[in-house]
Design a protein around this ligand. Structure first.
Ligand code: SAM
Ligand code: F3S
Length: 449
């Protein structure tokens, strides 16, 4: 009988991507099929996140729940991967001895062997090394699911922001070779993928080795080359770093219409004092200047960002500068977090912590400002014509279709399921809190707005 795999994913898009690769690896090696019911699974994997304390604690809470399944079925394999695994290593097995395998973001391709070794020896296996790019050479080609796909172009991060665990859990920046990325994109396009999201912790730090040696290809060159691949109609990327927003990359926004008019560019704070303490490597003015230059070549660019509130030493005045920056830039959405001290990071030792109640109050104010701006932009889109990629049926009403706009909003509208996977034009009829309602236009109708 086909064995079943259940994966629970915490955290970022990098983890979502890695979870898909875990499923690919175990399907290729042992024919494991995915299930969404842990009680039916032969292998249960937790792909974990340690960016904030809460996410980390949830893992141990959830592990406690599958422990009962293991007690009833000792053959069940329980694995822990991702950033908590990378940070805690063998300590996970000490705290939860029923865990069979512990693997890091760079060793997930070794899962089949780790599971075999566990079954053969009866001893829990731990492998959290960083064998750099070896992972990609050992992964089966990604399976295509729909018209949109992620392609990982680099791993890790070498920025060492003072609050962040990622450089410790995922290792230093390491780019995949230029031609490997292009081959993967071309394969996906051949299988019907129309939208590519280039993925990495700092994609614009990309420096991909070229076959003949010499200077590596930068991110600007990668985007321009991906845009030339036939079938690729839209290019997105996440996440990028303001420090790596080069003049070459900004110029690409003026030249490559396939690059979407949406950019997620984490700023974290609007206060120079806080930015310096975070070791972000730019000032608020430099961030504003990047946005001004981007909008000069791409006037309709929608910007989203990440914010941390309540960083040690953040005053009301610092927070006020963050709010002012949000208003001035007109951010169209954000991930915002209360600062969470992570063991081993420099900021965990900083004096002057901000009380939790102040952090929460600031978070609420920031989120309500960003939500208001998001709604205003949705309202402003009503009546406009938008080119959207139809991603599937609508979640709430299967008779309708769901699609995504250039600036990543969901639009629902009546239409034929045969359109799934293609681009269509819609007019935006109305704006709801989390989505838009649209009406399908014939593809040759005149531009309305
Ligand atoms: N590469 C991205 C960048 O350029 O900033 C960030 C990746 S990080 C995994 C995702 C987000 O988590 C960060 O942008 C930051 O806002 C948030 N974050 C990271 N460490 C945090 C901490 N210790 N407390 C609260 N939020 C944190
Ligand atoms: Fe973390 Fe800063 Fe890198 S937020 S992922 S150390 S850019």
């Amino acid at each position: 009988m086909t064995q079943k795999l259940y994966i629970r994913t915490f955290g970022c898009q990098m983890n979502e991507y890695d979870s898909d690769r875990m499923a690919d690896v175990l399907a290729a090696s042992d024919g494991l099929a995915l299930t969404d019911r842990p009680e039916d699974a032969d292998v249960i994997l937790f792909n974990t996140c340690s960016v904030r304390e809460k996410a980390q604690e949830r893992v141990f809470h959830d592990l406690g729940r599958v422990r009962e399944l293991k007690a009833a079925r000792p053959d069940l394999i329980i694995g822990v991967g991702g950033c908590v695994a990378s940070q805690e290593g063998a300590a996970i097995v000490r705290r939860a001895p029923y865990v069979d395998v512990v693997f890091g973001p760079q060793t997930l391709h070794r899962l089949p062997q780790l599971i075999r070794d566990r079954r053969a020896t009866g001893v829990s296996q731990v492998d959290i090394r960083f064998p750099e790019i070896e992972k990609f050479d050992h992964l089966p080609p990604p399976r295509v699911d729909g018209a949109s796909a992620f392609v990982s172009i680099m791993e890790g991060c070498s920025k060492y922001c003072t609050f962040c665990v990622v450089p410790f859990t995922r290792g230093e920046e390491f780019s995949r070779p230029f031609e490997d990325v292009l081959t993967e994109v071309a394969d996906l396009a051949d299988q019907g993928v129309r939208e590519i999201t280039l993925l990495g912790q700092n994609v614009n730090a990309y420096r991909g080795a070229l076959p003949g040696g010499g200077d590596a290809a930068d991110f600007a060159r990668l985007i321009e080359t991906v845009a030339e691949i036939s079938g690729v109609e839209r290019i997105r990327y996440t996440t990028s770093h303001p420090k790596e927003m080069s003049a070459r990359l900004i110029a690409v926004y003026g030249r490559v219409p396939k690059l979407v008019s949406h950019l997620h560019l984490p700023v974290q704070s609007g206060s120079d004092r806080v930015l310096a303490a975070m070791k972000r490597g730019y000032t608020a003015l430099e961030y504003r200047s990047i946005v001004r230059r981007l909008r000069a070549v791409r006037p309709d660019l929608s910007l989203t960002s990440d914010f941390i509130v309540g960083f040690p030493g953040e005053t009301d005045a610092d927070f006020g500068q963050t709010m002012k920056l949000i208003e001035d830039i007109g951010f169209d959405g954000a991930f915002s977090f209360a600062y969470s001290a992570r063991p081993g990071t420099p900021a965990a030792e900083f004096a002057d912590p901000v009380p939790a109640a102040t952090q929460q109050a600031r978070l609420v104010r920031l989120q309500s400002l960003v939500d208001g701006q998001y709604r205003a932009l949705s309202e402003a889109m009503t009546g406009t014509r938008q080119r959207v990629l139809v991603t599937g049926r609508a979640v709430k009403d299967a008779r309708e279709l769901a699609a995504r706009t250039d600036n990543n909003r969901v639009v629902n509208f009546a239409g034929d399921a045969a359109r799934i996977g293609s681009y269509v034009d819609v007019t935006i009829a109305s704006a709801l809190p989390h989505s838009l309602r649209g009406e399908l236009l014939p593809s040759d109708s005149p531009v309305v707005a």
